[in-house]
Design a binder for this molecule. Structure first.
Ligand code: 5GP
Ligand code: ZN
Length: 114
């Protein structure tokens, strides 16, 4: 996936503000934050969206959720509350076609989202 911007971020070809990293996931600050804490958690493996996840990816997905919990702790908002959301497809507003989870916290979040 030569042209994928999130693959380039994982490879360090595009700079990003790293928040957390392990063998299978990378987390970095969203360039256009919608909350005081807005982090993108992505698998290092190029997966297009939720629709392309297979059972082989189950460990990676577990790491995404463990990363979310760690990021909440690092920001002191684990008990406060936060949201993890993945937009899938055009109608949901997925602009980058590399699976990612928005970690949002640090303010009251409305429900349902727009
Ligand atoms: P989506 O709209 O696909 O759910 O979310 C894509 C997110 O990626 C957006 O919130 C957008 O601000 C963020 N984003 C797009 N390009 C970059 C980039 O080059 N660096 C960072 N840090 N975030 C980006
Ligand atoms: Zn990619």
């Amino acid at each position: 996936m030569e042209e994928c911007i999130f693959c380039k971020i994982v490879k360090g070809e595009i700079p990003s503000e790293k928040v957390y990293e392990n063998d299978s996931v990378y987390a970095f600050k969203d360039i256009s934050p919608e909350a005081p804490v807005h982090v993108l958690i992505i698998p290092k493996k190029h997966i297009k969206s939720i629709n392309e996840i297979t059972r082989e990816d189950s460990e990676i997905l577990l790491e995404v959720f463990l990363a979310a919990s760690k990021i909440a702790e690092m920001n002191g908002i684990k008990e406060d509350g936060y949201r993890l959301v993945s937009n899938c497809g055009d109608r949901a507003g997925q602009t980058v076609k590399h699976l990612h989870f928005h970690f949002l916290g640090g303010r009251d979040l409305k429900w349902p989202p727009g």
